[in-house]
Each structure stands twice: as structure tokens, then as C-alpha cells.
Design a protein around this ligand. Structure first.
Ligand SMILES: NC(=O)C1=CN([C@@H]2O[C@H](COP(=O)(O)OP(=O)(O)OC[C@H]3O[C@@H](n4cnc5c(N)ncnc54)[C@H](O)[C@@H]3O)[C@@H](O)[C@H]2O)C=CC1
Ligand SMILES: O=C(O)C(=O)COP(=O)(O)O
Length: 314
């Protein structure tokens, strides 16, 4: 019987014809799901039993979904990309479904976005861009990055790449990551959260989202921050309590934010953030370069077909 793989991650779906031969030359049929953003659990429960392998996007990959798949043909899965906050790995272990994410895939790409956001926040490009479009010629006096302190939350692949870029820009980097034991440039100072948050002119979130750190940036921590702190989040929306952030933006405690990710995605039409001037928004697109999508998709395909026992050349 021909092995069948379901793909539900939008970045890979956007280039699926480029990747189709990688499946077909090994005798595997690939089905791109019709995905706008994510599929629902009910949709996944309906689809997955017909597939042997699944390349997961930001879908709700819950125990119920894996159980439904396992009751049918599902044998293995790969989470396309890094973040696994939407995937129940424990359920896969219990069900005997091999699974992995694609580690170390986008450190450079997402750090590029993070660094561009730090520079844009420093120079208030949101004010200039909107003003010029409105026929004005605004001249906000920005901050120089050099000499300013970045509080970096997360020292994984993205965090370390961003630390390098920030140091190159002359910033002082104070980093929070209770789990990272590896090497760092000597200039990066370690701290626990939120021990030295008062020092930071900028905060950048680059850590994994877990049950333990949801809303780690909340009203209490925001109140401890330096008045006028500038914040970027290129990791996961729920790390920040958006209600508390909105209040802090309104009061001036937070000067401005650049968010690639949100508590609810896409950002709801009625989100108060939309009306706030000191904001730069992304569309959870930090990893999305041609190079990054090709790199990650090749890894996901090779790993999944390996799990499924497909020989290198069928
Ligand atoms: N905006 C986007 O398009 C993208 C966002 N991401 C997000 O960025 C996250 C990080 O990506 P990578 O650096 O590649 O992952 P990684 O797995 O290399 O690093 C994650 C780091 O977060 C740290 N961490 C976990 N809990 C923490 C906490 N409470 N405080 C501080 N650090 C903590 C871990 O110790 C680890 O060092 C991913 O988990 C994903 O959610 C990843 C790729 C693209
Ligand atoms: O790798 C990640 O965690 C990302 O956020 C990027 O991939 P995604 O857009 O979530 O499929």
C-alpha cells in the first residue's frame, strides 16, 4: 500500500510543488491540506486516520487528534519548525508515535527580524512611517542602540543569534534562560527572571512557550521595568499578558512594542492593540524566508520518511 503523508503547515504548503518530488521519488504520496491558518481538532480527527505521516503546522496537535490518527494509519509525525507548544509530545510517547520538531532551523532568520525590530523601536520608525504617509515630516528623537541594555529572554538558537547581533550593535546584553548551560560570548551577562529587569532599555522574548512561563511578562513585572522600556516578542504571544501590555502602553510605562506573535493569531479585528500608535506588528512570519522554508522542509521530509522506514531511493 502506498504511504501517504499529510502536510498542514502553511510555509511548506506555499512551496509544496517544490517539495512534492522529494516524496514521490521515494514512492510516497503527499497531500497538502487546505489550510488558511490552522485546522481544527475535529478537522484533524477526520483527516489523520487516512495518513501514515503528518507534517504538523501550528494546528492543535492534541492527544485526541493523535488518538484518532493512531486508530487509523498514523505512524509518525514531525512538527515543522521549532515551537512545540501546540503539540502533545507525551501523547505521542504513550501512543508509540515517533515525533520530533526541527531544531536549530531559524536562529538567523528570526534573530534578523528581532534585531530589525529593536532598531525600529529605537528609532520610532512607526511614527515616521505613518507620519510621512499622512503628509507630515516627523522627526522623533530616537535612542542609539550602542550602550543600551537588552534584556534577552531565551538563550536558544534564536536568542544566541540575537545576542550576537545586539553585541555587534554595541548593546549590553543581560540574558535570562534557566535551562541553557552551553557557551556564550563573554560579554553576555546571565541573570534570573526578572532579577535585573529594571536595567533593561529593551526586552526581547526569544524563548520557548511552556505552561510555566505563560504570561511571564505580566503587570507585576511590567511595573518593575524601567519607565519607557521598548519590547519585542518574536517567540510566542502568550509569553506576554496582552491586557497588561496594553495598559502599560497606555500609561507610558512601555514606550513601544514590536510583536511578531500574539496571544490569538491572526490578531483579532477588535484587539485594542490595533488602535495603538506605538506598535509594530508582524504576522508570525519571523522564519519565513525561501532559504529557511527549504531548509526546514527538507529536514522535516527526510526525518518523517526515515521514521516511516522509507528507503533513501525507493
Ligand atoms: N516568530 C517566528 O516565526 C518563530 C518563533 N519561534 C519561537 O521561538 C522559540 C525559540 O526558538 P529557538 O531559539 O530556535 O528554540 P530553542 O529550543 O533553541 O531555544 C528555546 C530556549 O528557550 C529557553 N527557555 C525555556 N523556558 C524559558 C524561560 N522560562 N525563560 C527563559 N528561557 C526559557 C530554553 O532553555 C531554550 O534555551 C520557539 O520555541 C518558537 O516558539 C521559532 C521560530 C520562528
Ligand atoms: O518554528 C516555529 O516555531 C515558528 O514559529 C515558525 O513556524 P510556524 O510559522 O509556526 O509554522
Amino acid at each position: 500500500m502506498t504511504l501517504k503523508v499529510l502536510v498542514t503547515c502553511p510555509p511548506m504548503l506555499g512551496m509544496i510543488e517544490e517539495f512534492r518530488p522529494l516524496f514521490e521519488r521515494r514512492g510516497v504520496e503527499v497531500t497538502p491540506a487546505k489550510v488558511v491558518q490552522t485546522l481544527s481538532q475535529d478537522e484533524l480527527c477526520g483527516l489523520l486516520p487516512q495518513y501514515d505521516g503528518w507534517i504538523i503546522g501550528d494546528d492543535p496537535a492534541t492527544r485526541r487528534v493523535f488518538e484518532a490518527g493512531k486508530a487509523g494509519r498514523l505512524k509518525a509525525a514531525v512538527k515543522w519548525g521549532i515551537g512545540v507548544d501546540n503539540v502533545d509530545f507525551a501523547a505521542c510517547k504513550d501512543l508509540g508515535i515517533p515525533i520530533t520538531n526541527c531544531p536549530n532551523m531559524f536562529g538567523g532568520e528570526v534573530a534578523d527580524v528581532g534585531m530589525s525590530y529593536l532598531a525600529a523601536l529605537a528609532r520610532e520608525t512607526f511614527t515616521i512611517d505613518r507620519g510621512v504617509r499622512d503628509g507630515k515630516w516627523p522627526k522623533p528623537r530616537g535612542l542609539s542602540l550602542s550602550g543600551r541594555t537588552l534584556g534577552l529572554i531565551g538563550l536558544g538558537d534564536i536568542g544566541r543569534n540575537l545576542a550576537g547581533r545586539a553585541l555587534a550593535a554595541g548593546m549590553k546584553v543581560v540574558a535570562y534562560d534557566p535551562f541553557y548551560q552551553g557557551e556564550l560570548p563573554a560579554e553576555v551577562q546571565r541573570a534570573t527572571w526578572p532579577a535585573r529587569v529594571e536595567e533593561a532599555d529593551f526586552l526581547a522574548f526569544t524563548c520557548a512557550l511552556t505552561a510555566a512561563n505563560t504570561h511571564m511578562l505580566n503587570a507585576d513585572v511590567l511595573a518593575r521595568c524601567k519607565r519607557g522600556v521598548r519590547i519585542t516578542n518574536v517567540a510566542r504571544g502568550p509569553l506576554i499578558d496582552e491586557q497588561a501590555l496594553i495598559a502599560a502602553l497606555q500609561s507610558g510605562q512601555v514606550h513601544s512594542v514590536a510583536l511578531d506573535v500574539f496571544e490569538v493569531e491572526p490578531l483579532p479585528m477588535d484587539s485594542p492593540l490595533r488602535g495603538m500608535p506605538n506598535t509594530i506588528f508582524g504576522s508570525h512570519n519571523g522564519s519565513n524566508t525561501v532559504d529557511g522554508v527549504v531548509r526546514c522542509s527538507h529536514f522535516a521530509i527526510a526525518t518523517l520518511l526515515g521514521y516511516l522506514g522509507v528507503p533513501e531511493t525507493a
